[in-house]
Design a protein around this ligand. Structure first.
Ligand SMILES: [Zn+2]
Length: 234
């Protein structure tokens, strides 16, 4: 089989999965037919089917597990932020997406989200995720790596209140793309004790503004928070 035909064989499976998802014939949690069945259906090699499944896995659309248990096989999942984050991270590593541009884009999306969270119809329980993370970060004994992990989740949880899934997904993937740079920077910061003290105060201010539905204040505080940290970190 020529390379060209192999690429087309693989595309046929991708197109079929996309159409089935769009029509609802395939839904989250559904299992794709086995490798052999797909190879027969599309009259392609099993190697081509494996390539197509692998591509879907990288896109965060399916998860494959070997074995024969209830979780085995190729299952339809939805993991857009880790897939987008992984792709972004590679392009940051190759220096094609400058870190400072990712940070700027993150500031844009996050200020937008907190501004819109002020008027979005979330219930008091929905802000509890962010509150729990805020309280967890108040623990003095937290290692910097764990703190930065909770920090990322805190920002995603607050931004999610705006109710725009695309914005939340973009934010999560941008954060994922620069995760290693942030943890490295946090470790490099000699005076982590002082840094963490400021970060905590910022987080409480941001949380209070969002809880009080003051979108203008929340957006300003989160912008200052991001610029302050990245000004030190990169
Ligand atoms: Zn933060």
């Amino acid at each position: 089989m020529s390379e060209f035909t192999a690429a087309r064989a693989h595309d046929a499976v991708l197109r079929h999965v996309e159409e089935s998802l769009r029509s609802g014939a395939l839904k989250l949690g559904d299992r794709l037919p086995g490798e052999r069945a797909l190879a027969e259906q599309f009259a392609i090699s099993r190697a081509s089917v494996r390539n197509a499944i692998r591509a879907l896995e990288v896109m965060g659309v399916v998860r494959s597990a070997t074995g024969s248990g209830p979780n085995s096989g190729t299952i339809v999942v939805s993991n857009p932020s880790s897939a987008l984050g992984g792709a972004l991270r590679m392009h940051v590593a190759s220096h094609q997406l400058p870190l400072k541009d990712i940070v700027e884009a993150r500031t844009m999306t996050e200020t937008w989200a907190l501004e819109h969270a002020a008027t979005a119809p979330w219930t008091p329980e929905q802000i509890d995720d962010a509150r729990r993370l805020l309280e967890a970060m108040d623990d003095d004994g937290l290692p910097s790596q764990i703190f930065t992990l909770l920090d990322a989740q805190f920002h995603v949880a607050l931004s999610a209140l705006a109710g725009n899934v695309v914005v939340s997904t973009m934010m999560e993937s941008m954060r994922e793309a620069i995760r290693d740079y942030i943890s490295d920077a946090a470790v490099r910061q000699g005076a982590w004790e002082e840094v963490v003290h400021v970060l905590r105060a910022h987080h409480h201010g941001i949380f209070d503004a969002v809880e009080a539905r003051d979108g203008v204040l929340a957006a300003r505080l989160v912008r200052e928070h991001i610029e302050w940290f990245y000004g030190k970190a990169i």
